[in-house]
Write a protein that binds this ligand. Structure first.
Ligand code: SF4
Ligand code: SF4
Length: 357
């Protein structure tokens, strides 16, 4: 079985009933890959996404039609190394910790084997090296070789760092933030296309805030559906969300616009004459580890479209170090690299006022 274009993200369910209904509806729609983790929807060992997905697939008909992906991390979800927090899958630093978390996921999900397993939330070289040290995460994974199929990595790192991870040759998939207003990792997408590594696009609706506008929501999903070798990880909450994604998929063959035309329409919706950041990513790296394009994407939507939800989404995502625009020291390095010749430092000042104000 090969993963379909749309992947079921199991991180946003309100409760077990909603999860079971949505996952089963998704499988009935032919969405054949469910991505979960030990910490999604976690309240206790009994109340969490893995348990709920396990309930949804606890039927031979559903189980036979879906692939299951699970994961755990050496890190803490952000950019640091984690203290071991096995129940949530963070800070997995030894092979023994790995097998404990791996078996916990198998138990919660009620599966013998994972079709996919991911080195999760790996954003830095330090986190990556920790996984591959002797007696660490990767050795634990190898000790369970008959219980998983394909290895992937999940990361928010910059292009150079991700490509270095992938050059290890260990991964067949990479899950990274990618959406119609955050395309800073397109160089990695291109690398993956050339090297036979599947891309799983997380944050397709920019943490949900693109969904606040119906036209943007549709364009955002259609844009990703148009990209070769890219799968779209949608964090479903309800059966209606599943049905909407099914409608998008089913109407793509007769949808006339190319990816470029979709981008042009998104630009036209963002009504502004002045030059704007296109989130191309060429201004990286920033000495303060700020992902300028991603930050300014939130600013563009907030400022030019008046979507309050963009401001909230930006603030909610402050745990993601790349979005800490408040750490900008106005050194101007990004401005000197911007191929669009933007006055980036002054735009950042305006964005800080707008997004933190
Ligand atoms: S001006 Fe700010 S965002 Fe740009 S490189 Fe310097 S610190 Fe980073
Ligand atoms: S500031 Fe310039 S270089 Fe940086 S992401 Fe935006 S358009 Fe690209």
């Amino acid at each position: 079985m090969q993963p379909g274009k749309i992947i079921v993200g199991a991180m946003r369910f309100a409760d077990e009933a909603a999860a079971v209904a949505a996952v089963r509806r998704a499988i009935d729609y032919g969405f054949n890959y469910v991505d979960t983790s030990p910490c999604y929807c976690y309240t206790s060992d009994e109340v969490n996404s893995e348990r709920w997905v396990g309930k949804a697939i606890d039927h031979p008909d559903y189980r036979a039609r879906v692939m299951i992906s699970a994961k755990c991390a050496t890190g803490n979800g952000g950019f640091g190394l984690g203290e071991f927090e096995g129940r949530k899958g963070f800070g997995v630093r030894t092979a023994a910790q790995f097998t404990e978390v791996f078996d916990q996921s198998r138990r919660r999900l009620g599966v013998e084997r994972f079709d996919y397993y991911h080195l999760w939330t790996t954003h830095t070289k330090e986190q990556f090296d920790e996984a591959f040290k002797k007696g660490g995460w990767y050795d634990g994974l190898l000790s369970r070789r008959d219980q998983w199929g394909t290895l992937g990595i999940t990361t928010h790192a910059d292009n150079d760092t991700i490509i270095r991870f992938l050059e290890s040759g260990k991964f067949k998939t990479v899950t990274l933030p990618l959406n119609v207003i955050n395309r800073v990792r397109m160089r990695t997408v291109e690398y993956c296309r050339e090297n036979g590594i599947a891309v799983i696009a997380m944050n397709p609706l920019a943490g949900g805030f693109l969904a606040a506008d119906n036209r943007l929501k549709e364009l955002a999903l259609r844009y990703l559906m148009r990209l070769d070798n890219v799968h779209v990880l949608v964090g479903f909450q309800t059966v209606e969300h599943v049905e909407y994604a099914g409608w998008i998929r089913d109407t793509m063959p007769r949808y006339g616009k190319s990816a470029g035309e979709i981008l042009a329409e998104v630009d036209s919706l963002i009504d502004a004459q002045e030059p704007r950041c296109t989130a191309c990513g060429y201004c990286l790296p920033c000495p303060q580890d700020i992902t300028v394009g991603a930050c300014l994407s939130y600013y563009n939507i907030y400022h030019y479209m008046g979507l309050e939800s963009a401001k909230k989404a930006f603030r909610d995502k402050q745990w993601e170090d790349g979005l800490r625009l408040d750490r900008c020291v106005a050194c101007g390095q990004c401005e000197s690299r911007c191929p669009n010749g933007l006055p980036v430092v002054s735009i950042i000042e305006k964005a800080k006022e707008a997004l933190y104000g």
